[in-house]
Design a protein around this ligand. Structure first.
Ligand SMILES: Nc1ncnc2c1ncn2[C@@H]1O[C@H](COP(=O)(O)OP(=O)(O)O[C@H]2O[C@H](CO)[C@@H](O)[C@H](O)[C@H]2O)[C@@H](O)[C@H]1O
Length: 648
């Protein structure tokens, strides 16, 4: 696995590049513009008729194209940065907009589209020998089954709600494609600002033609695109209802993948399509058909020749495995069956006639994607082992050279104790006094005895095997012997929900279980607790421990995946010069080890106040910005475009 590094800026010394930069570098622009292209192939730059439009204006509904003589227009020119497009002979046939620079002093251009032919026409302003640092700008298309705040059932929603914004802030043109879920309840309001785009697509799959519509909202510098189809309009979560997972999920997400591949080609967002030169980020199995479609459906016909794809694995335990007979419904050519082919081992077959044959969409993406990303480095190694690979470890090991781990970040606008609107009192690393007020408010809200001195432990997450809920529940009877309070927020397996209700009735003064999915409460638990418990069996990254540290709440975690990478074990004997840590880690996973780690944390909280404060402050000051992760994604994009695309 390659190690990710912040990419070095490219130095461009070539006269033509400098000319482009000088002509169009943006200073103090509010928005950025697009070029209206009138291509005349093979006739060079002078044959181009270039009209400009203000992106900002268009967003505001003024869809006017003004000519270059307008004085306001000239100002907008400063907001444009250009790269060239060439035809197969290498002639410059057009230009691509590159959004304005990330910072005013940073110049941008697309280095793999350096002007090599006909560049003289643009070289009037050349200052020979001048150096300009450059940055590669990409068209990025996220495909995801959830994106906060529109839809969220877990960490996938968080990541696909935040990372696109961070990439857009770094100058990339970013689109997120996700379903428009309408459950008929209050959450329909989350889509209140989206507007229908006057484009439909016909998708051929599952034995018929399915018309999808697209809705759009431009927010945070990102084009949020929502695929509309009747199958996304029903009560429940994006994946199921009280009766379990929806039986047509394979169809619903197949449709999403097909529609997402069409979106950059057909949607004139801000007046202009993204075009074929994109990097698709397909998130988890729901979007995993995208790399396969690029390779099997588009590239053989010359479409998306210059596109690249990455499969981003947030959770390898879910792979989109369905009976082999469903392959013919996916809208893929028959000869691509091998890419998705999956045969269960003999022990996993259900009866004597079961041949174990299936299709596995995530496997298809791992085979065909240009890059594979997981959400922490630790997890990127774990999935290449038999223990963590869920049957895909050999395939993933064979693609190690294309596999990277990038640790998730935190959305500082949403998770910040000094500005969080959901919590009772604000606080920061400089003034921690508000934290105890959050604790008191939480105890009051939960109906627990108001005891600021009593250690308050929290858990937030899906109630399932992955999150180690069984470990918590088996540790509770012994833990409740101590002077502690415990609050659990989660929903999932019915047995665990019932168990939480039962514990609440047994330990009335000490335990609270909140069954359900409630984002404001999750903020208040994160702020009000002293300790956050995460005994996850495996954890690709984990976000709650990151949020906890940001809020001065000390994580006690199983040393696995992203938890191992992000929580540094407290070392009370570390000298001032060395890192004393940000929490407690334990391994191997057992309720005894979990209890032992918790008791160390409780002991430190009650007896060593200054050590505790040090733990809080180190966690709060820890670097966990999305910008840092976005820089590493840029590195992956660069590598993806360095290699030719997957061709089968
Ligand atoms: N009942 C509830 N009420 C309100 N909010 C709740 C909630 N239950 C969970 N949440 C919230 O949902 C998110 C869950 O984040 P996790 O990192 O635990 O993700 P999850 O396991 O879903 O996702 C997978 O993807 C993410 C993102 O890559 C990885 O971090 C993770 O390891 C991997 O398993 C957090 O924002 C949490 O606060």
């Amino acid at each position: 696995m390659e190690t990710l590094q912040t990419p070095s800026r490219f130095l461009c010394r070539r006269p033509t590049e400098i000319a482009v930069l000088k002509s169009f570098s943006g200073v103090g622009q509010v928005g950025f513009g697009f070029l209206h292209r009138n291509r005349k192939r093979g006739r060079g730059i002078q044959s181009l008729v270039v009209k400009r439009r203000s992106y900002t204006e268009e967003r505001n509904g003024e869809d006017t194209i003004r000519n270059g003589s307008d004085s306001r227009d000239k100002e907008q020119v400063k907001g444009f940065l250009l790269s060239t497009e060439r035809d197969s002979s290498g002639s410059v046939v057009g230009f691509q907009l590159i959004p304005r620079s990330v910072t005013d002093d940073e110049k941008i251009m697309e280095t793999h589209d350096i002007v090599t032919n006909g560049g003289e026409e643009l070289s009037e302003d050349i200052e020979k020998g001048e150096e300009a640092s450059t940055k590669v700008i990409y068209n990025v298309v996220f495909v995801t089954s959830e994106a906060a705040p529109y839809s969220k059932t877990g960490g996938l929603g968080d990541v696909c709600g935040s990372l696109p914004v961070a990439l857009a802030a770094r100058g990339h043109r970013v689109m997120v494609v996700s379903p428009r879920y309408l459950d008929g309840g209050p959450s329909n309001k989350k889509f209140a600002n989206v507007v229908e785009v006057d484009k439909q697509s016909k998708i051929y799959c599952f034995g018929g033609v399915h018309e999808v519509k697209f809705f759009h909202e431009y927010r945070g510098g990102v084009d949020w695109v929502f695929v509309d189809h009747p199958s996304y309009q029903r009560p429940g979560t994006p994946y199921g209802d009280t009766y379990g997972a929806f039986s047509d999920n394979q169809f619903r997400f197949n449709l999403l993948c097909h529609a997402a591949c069409e979106a950059p080609l057909v949607l004139p967002l801000g007046g202009f399509t993204y075009g074929e030169k994109c990097i698709f980020l397909a998130n988890d199995w729901h979007a995993a058909l995208v790399p396969v479609l690029l390779a099997a459906k588009y590239r053989p016909y010359g479409v998306y020749k210059d596109a690249r794809s990455a499969i981003v694995i947030h959770n390898l335990a879910h792979q989109g495995v369905e009976p082999a007979a469903t392959y013919k419904y996916l809208g893929l050519p028959p000869e691509w069956y091998r890419a998705l082919e999956w045969v269960f081992p003999t022990w996993a077959r259900t009866h004597a006639l079961d041949t174990g044959e299936a299709v596995n969409v995530l496997k298809g993406a791992i085979v065909t994607a240009d890059r594979i990303v997981t959400v922490s480095q630790g997890y990127s190694w774990e999935i290449t082992t038999p223990e963590g690979g869920y049957g895909l470890h050999e395939l993933l090991s064979s693609r190690k050279a294309f596999l990277n781990g990038i640790t998730n970040g935190i959305d500082d606008n949403e998770w910040n104790p000094s500005s969080d609107e959901q919590i009772a009192s604000h606080y920061s690393v400089r003034d921690l006094s508000g934290k105890v007020e959050c604790k008191i408010a939480l105890q009051k809200e939960l109906g627990l005895p108001i005891r600021p001195e009593c250690p308050l432990i929290g858990f937030i997450g899906r109630l399932d095997y992955q999150k180690g809920v069984d470990i918590i529940l088996s540790a509770i009877p012994e833990l409740m012997q101590d002077d502690v309070q415990f609050v659990m927020l989660g929903s999932g397996e019915i047995q665990y929900e019932d168990w939480m209700r039962h514990l609440e009735s047994v330990y009335k003064e000490k335990f609270r279980g909140w069954v359900g999915f409630n984002v404001p409460i999750s903020h208040r638990i994160t702020a009000g607790c002293d300790i956050l418990a995460m005994p996850s069996r495996f954890e690709p990254c984990g976000l709650n421990q990151l949020y906890a540290m940001r809020y001065g709440t000390i994580p006690v975690v199983h040393s696995t995946g992203g938890l191992r990478d992000t929580v540094k074990k407290f070392n009370p004997y570390a000298g001032e010069q060395s890192d004393e840590g940000t929490g407690w880690t334990f391994s191997p996973l057992s309720s005894e080890n979990f209890l032992a780690a918790l008791k160390l944390a409780i002991g430190t909280y009650t007896k060593h106040k200054s050590s505790w404060e040090g733990l809080m402050k180190r966690g709060m000051e820890r670097e966990s910005s999305w910008d840092n992760a976005a820089i590493q994604y840029e590195q992956v994009f660069e590598w993806a475009f360095t290699d030719p695309p997957y061709a089968g």
